[in-house]
Design a protein. Structure first.
Length: 733
């Protein structure tokens, strides 16, 4: 299996039910039996002829008996035993419904002959462990070292279905750009020869190597000239000017360093050299949320009704009396406790709302409090970005620290417990410590404290963002339900299209086809949306969108399609370009056009609305519909400036019946809500729905008879027509 050029690797698919007559479970079992076979891990002997997948997994399992688990490992499996590993892998396949196709991936990592001594088996196992956990972190795997050939080698069986339901795609680019560089990296860590051929193929590997070389050169430099000299001593080609271009010895073409990330531009490198031994800069986290908002919370004292057998004779007699009267004292007590809890919740909510307005608003207004919450949220988000930028700035130092954390226990065991097999980790830990001290003037405790502080501040910022969002939603919902603010139904285009919901459904492999139109608060355009199922280049299920911007004559003004980040950017640009807002979905183009025209007419109507006679008393809609009495059982409510609809409010027992009439006096819809003294959340929601749907958001006037209301509407419409005609004449002149 060796090739004389360093460490080597091969990977291929173990077929499932789509090939021959074997299913996925048989092929996985055969593979695991094969790699766990006892005779392969030793030197001689015949292979146990069981099913293919079980045979390959068994190849690892027997190592447990022979080497007491020293040369066998697993990832995301409870045991590397063949039966257990196969069962766990198949359980994941069944859960996601992916039992067909490729059953597993079989990978072999081999060493050259001169590095294939049995003493290297444990280090090769560690290499496998690191590679599997880094390249396939969400996949189940079982692996073992084989000593039955001249080349020490490891077999790895990987379930093709991950714990998140995604399948492995081990195509050539993945092997070349991800797998090979990772194996080469850990080959260097564990003292094996790297595969030189892989270095010439992997562009990602070249970028990783260049970053490492730049980081180490910065650690050894006090000036930019020193930095260039250090790189040149390592036979790295360096060209400087406006940009820095570097080429490793095996590279035919140089790479500009700004392509490696924000830490590797010319200015960033100069700054890193200048400040490499300065103390860590620390972001400052401020408090933006209300503290102790529940300190005045009411906790009602509830009465617990004892069981009948625990009552005194007097209590039993009273209970029996109530039961004979048709009253259940336990149920009455439960109802009373529920009412007390409900009252306490309402009072606590009112107290929280009061504290929100007092804390976030400078003028004690709901709108100002909502704006203050949004402003606080922006500040928290900005602080979170600053923390992320700091971690990005110090990433080379933090990478050294993370490497040290991974091996610190083993280094400790070598230094203080004399565990000889961890000498390599001890030497590596000491080298990293020296890099921190000499290159950046820092020790591991200082880096750990900085990282811990960053994580604490980041988590605190995230918690504040969530709390601000919760408080904003609570205040807005409370205020809107009680008419304290006007709640808009304006949705973004992505929400109207259903993008976010479709994205969540696609994760569960659920997609759908649909076609509809979106009309917005704009008379110029209508959007045609066509949704269809699709898959991305990795085979993941996605929802594809085709968008057309249609003019009044149905002419296509613009079109685009997609499903990812670029599609979202196109939608944002479209929304900004046409000023699209307050949109609604329709199944036909004609209906969408009618809405768009109606919105445009409504805007013009509002702008030209005549002045209202101040002698007529005005009310809010919620007030006017409740002005019914036994003496005046009917009230007709009209919008004071735009009487498109009439609302007839009639008392019906303990309810109000409200009927909406259009301009032609046709009944459009009837609502029933409780009287004002019995009004609950349902009543408030219904009133809000009527106000929004039939344009009763502003001031209204009330009348006792339908004729009075009609006369008022005719009067207002005549004034409006005259105002519009006058406006039209002015434009013509």
């Amino acid at each position: 299996m060796g090739n004389g050029i360093g460490i080597n690797c091969k990977i291929w698919a173990v077929k499932g039910s789509s090939v021959a007559k074997k299913g996925a479970i048989d092929n996985i079992r055969d593979s695991i039996i094969y790699i766990t076979n006892k005779e392969k891990t030793l030197a001689n002997g015949a292979m146990d002829p069981l099913n293919q997948l079980h045979r390959e997994c068994k190849y690892v399992e027997n190592d447990l008996k022979t080497f007491e688990g020293a040369y066998v490992g697993g990832n995301n499996v409870s045991s590397p035993k063949a039966e257990d590993a196969v069962a766990e892998m198949m359980e994941i396949k069944r859960f996601y419904g992916k039992e067909n196709g490729r059953a597993a991936a079989h990978m072999v990592i081999s060493l050259p002959e001169d590095e294939s001594g049995i003493q290297n088996a444990s280090r090769l196992l560690k290499l496998c462990d690191h590679v599997v956990k880094e390249v396939f972190p969400n996949y189940q795997a079982i692996y073992a070292i084989h000593t039955n050939t001249d080349n020490l080698h490891a077999h790895v069986i990987i379930n093709t279905v991950g714990l998140d339901g995604k399948k492995i795609h081990e195509d050539n680019s993945f092997v070349r750009e991800v797998l090979h560089p990772c194996i080469n990296k850990y080959a260097s860590v564990y003292g094996f020869s790297q595969n030189q051929k892989w270095k010439t193929f992997s562009f990602v590997g070249k970028k990783i190597n260049l970053r490492q070389e730049i980081d180490q050169a910065i650690e050894q430099s006090n000036t930019f000239e020193d930095f260039v000299k250090v790189l040149q001593k390592k036979d790295i080609s360096v060209r400087t000017g406006k940009y820095i271009s570097l080429a490793l010895p095996e590279m035919k073409k140089a790479i500009r360093t700004h392509q490696l990330g924000s830490n590797y531009t010319r200015d960033a490198i100069v700054e890193r050299i200048r400040t490499r031994k300065e103390k860590f800069h620390q972001a400052v986290a401020h408090d933006y949320v209300l503290k102790d908002k529940d300190k005045y919370g009411m906790d009602p004292i509830l009465r617990k009704m004892p069981k009948y057998q625990d009552m005194t004779p007097v209590q039993k007699k009273e209970v029996i009396h109530l039961l004979r009267l048709g009253k259940n004292p336990w149920r009455e007590n439960q109802k009373r406790n529920w009412q007390l809890n409900r009252i306490a919740d309402d009072l606590n909510a009112m107290e929280r709302i009061r504290s929100y307005i007092e804390f976030y608003s400078p003028d004690y207004r709901v709108e100002s409090a909502l704006a203050g919450m949004l402003e606080a949220k922006k500040k928290v988000a900005n602080e979170r970005k600053q923390i992320t930028a700091l971690r990005r700035r110090y990433k080379p130092i933090l990478d050294i620290y993370q490497e040290m954390k991974e091996i610190e226990k083993k280094a400790y065991l070598y230094e203080y417990q004399g565990v000889a097999k961890y000498r390599l980790e001890f030497e590596q830990y000491r080298q990293l410590t020296e890099r921190l001290k000499n290159g950046y003037g820092k020790d591991v405790m200082e880096v750990a404290a900085f990282l811990e502080k960053c994580e604490e501040q980041y988590l605190y910022a995230k918690a504040q963002e969530k709390e601000l969002s919760d408080e904003y939603r609570e205040l807005k919902k409370y205020a809107a339900s009680r008419g304290m603010i006007k709640e808009t139904n304006d949705q973004g285009l992505l929400d109207l299209i259903g993008y976010y919901k479709d994205k969540e459904n696609a994760k569960m492999r659920v997609t759908s086809g649909d076609a509809f139109y979106i009309a917005c608060d704009n008379a110029g355009v209508v959007l045609q949306v066509i949704k269809s199922p699709s898959t991305d280049r990795y085979g993941n299920v996605t929802q594809e969108y085709d968008i057309k911007v249609l003019g009044r004559d149905r002419r296509i003004l613009r079109s685009f399609s997609g499903s990812g980040q670029r599609f979202c950017e196109e939608i944002y640009q479209l929304q900004k370009e046409y000023g699209l807002k307050d949109g609604k979905k329709y199944q036909s183009y004609q209906a969408a056009c009618e809405y768009s025209k109606a919105r445009a007419w409504s805007k013009e109507y509002d702008q030209q609305a005549p002045e209202i006679d101040d002698s007529i008393e005005r009310f809010t809609f919620a007030q006017a519909i409740n002005h019914v009495t036994d003496q005046k059982p009917n009230k007709i409510v009209v919008n004071a400036s735009n009487p498109s609809y009439l609302a007839l409010s009639t008392r019906d027992g303990n309810n109000l019946r409200i009927t909406m009439f259009d301009r032609l006096n046709r009944a459009k819809e009837t609502f029933e809500i409780p009287l004002v003294q019995d009004k609950n959340n349902f009543g408030f929601e219904e009133i809000k729905k009527m106000m929004e749907k039939y344009d009763f958001q502003g001031d209204v006037v009330e009348f006792n008879t339908l004729d009075e209301a009609k006369n008022y509407r005719i009067k207002i419409e005549k004034k409006l027509s005259a105002r519009l005609a006058e406006s039209a004449r002015g434009k013509n002149q």
